[in-house]
Write a protein that binds this ligand. Structure first.
Ligand SMILES: Cc1cc2nc3c(=O)[nH]c(=O)nc-3n(C[C@H](O)[C@H](O)[C@H](O)COP(=O)(O)O)c2cc1C
Length: 364
């Protein structure tokens, strides 16, 4: 099993006769666990050489060697941020981490939608909790921006307090924090996106940040399933606070792009290729409502889709699901493709592409 899991990391896909296909034939959660093990064992390739200067960027005060990050949910327990950084991600977001450990939903809870290169998950914030993850991260040097994504325990009687605890616990060691209020798999969590609840949450989170010994940027990660009134309300709240940025978006509960396909009937959040259009439209619509930095996530699976996120208004991007289908060398392809697009356009830096097609995307 573990050997098959290594195949995406190996440049020579025929090593030991193994292919990426063998990984894709495994149960998705077992394949994921084996992939984490492989990374922990140091079996992933490391990036050779520095990133091209065209990709160097800065977001919310963070200097990134490149603007492509690993999205939350891949490394929920902070086991492999260093190998991921050495592979060439400009930022690595671990978590979601909740105050107390929790086991998540019963298995199976992770499904591929092969016909669309989609993923559906209802993991339910399975994670080892603040203390264990903090201990693990304390002595690790991560040569990229380290994000810690924080959330609330399913059985908590005060979701907001759980986020404040996350800030207190991880502010000393994270380069940035993400308050994730957009997982569809913790009942009631997405209600924190409503105006009054969001004000209360941001008050608590930013006050906790203010009490920390170091000042750390805080991002808010939102869902793509938000109507115009909800988008206006979120923008109205965040624009008046000290929040540092948005992450747009989490998975969708919609099934429109995969209707009738294998596993489309599974409950949970849909990600990967079929999320791309919706998440990019939402990103552009939030870009029109705020000048805060935005990290664009959702369905990136090629150089073109990575580029489109910047054009829609993202200052940096993250991805996860496409690595399941495309392998980890997708990161390298995206970075090389972005750098060559910048040069061909006669520009010097990725920041020059940000927001060049926001209106096109927002009005789709
Ligand atoms: C299996 C799985 C688990 C995830 N867990 C989390 C999580 O714990 N916290 C979070 O903020 N996002 C989580 N996500 C969402 C991703 O971070 C990302 O927002 C989403 O998958 C869209 O990006 P993608 O299409 O590139 O995967 C998860 C996604 C997947 C596929």
């Amino acid at each position: 099993m573990i050997l098959s899991a290594l195949s995406p990391f190996l440049r020579n896909q025929t090593v030991a006769g193994l292919t990426r296909d063998s990984l894709l034939r495994m149960d998705p959660e077992i394949a994921h666990g084996a992939t984490i093990t492989a990374l922990r064992l140091g079996l992933a390739p490391q990036q050779e050489g520095a990133d091209p200067p065209e990709l160097r960027t800065s977001i919310a005060g963070l200097d990134l060697a490149n603007p492509v990050g690993m999205a939350a949910g891949f490394d929920k327990n902070g086991e492999v941020p260093r190998p991921l950084a050495l592979m060439g991600f400009g930022m690595v977001e671990i978590g979601t981490v909740t105050p107390r450990p929790q086991s998540g939903n019963p298995k199976p809870r992770l499904f591929r939608v092969p016909g669309a290169e989609g993923v559906i998950n209802r993991m339910g914030f399975n994670n080892e909790g603040h203390e264990e993850v903090f201990r693990r991260l304390r002595d690790v040097r991560v040569p990229a921006a380290l994000g810690v994504n924080i959330g609330a325990n399913k059985d908590s009687d005060d979701f907001t307090a759980d986020y404040a605890k996350g800030v207190e616990r991880f502010a000393p060691l994270a380069d940035y924090l993400t308050a994730n209020i957009s997982s569809p798999n913790t009942p009631g969590l997405r209600d924190l996106q409503q105006e009054d609840a969001l004000k209360h949450l941001l008050d608590a989170v930013l006050n906790a940040r203010g009490r920390a010994t170091v000042s750390v940027p805080v991002f808010l990660k939102i869902a793509p399933d938000l109507d115009q009134a909800a988008r206006d309300a979120i923008a109205g709240v965040v624009n008046g606070t000290g929040l540092d940025g948005l992450i747009v978006s989490n998975t969708t509960i919609s099934r429109d792009p995969v209707a009738g396909m294998e596993n489309a009937g599974e409950k949970g959040g849909l990600s990967g290729k079929p999320l791309f259009d919706l998440a990019t439209i939402r990103l552009a619509q939030m870009r029109q409502r705020t000048s805060l930095p935005i990290i664009g996530v959702g369905g990136i699976h090629s150089v073109e889709t990575a580029l489109a996120k910047f054009e829609a208004g993202a200052n940096a991007i993250q991805l996860y699901s496409a690595l399941v289908f495309g392998g980890l060398d997708l990161l390298d392809r995206i970075k090389r493709g972005l750098a060559s697009t910048i040069r061909t356009a006669g520009k010097h830096n990725i920041s020059e592409l940000v927001g060049t097609k926001t209106a096109d995307w927002a009005n789709r």
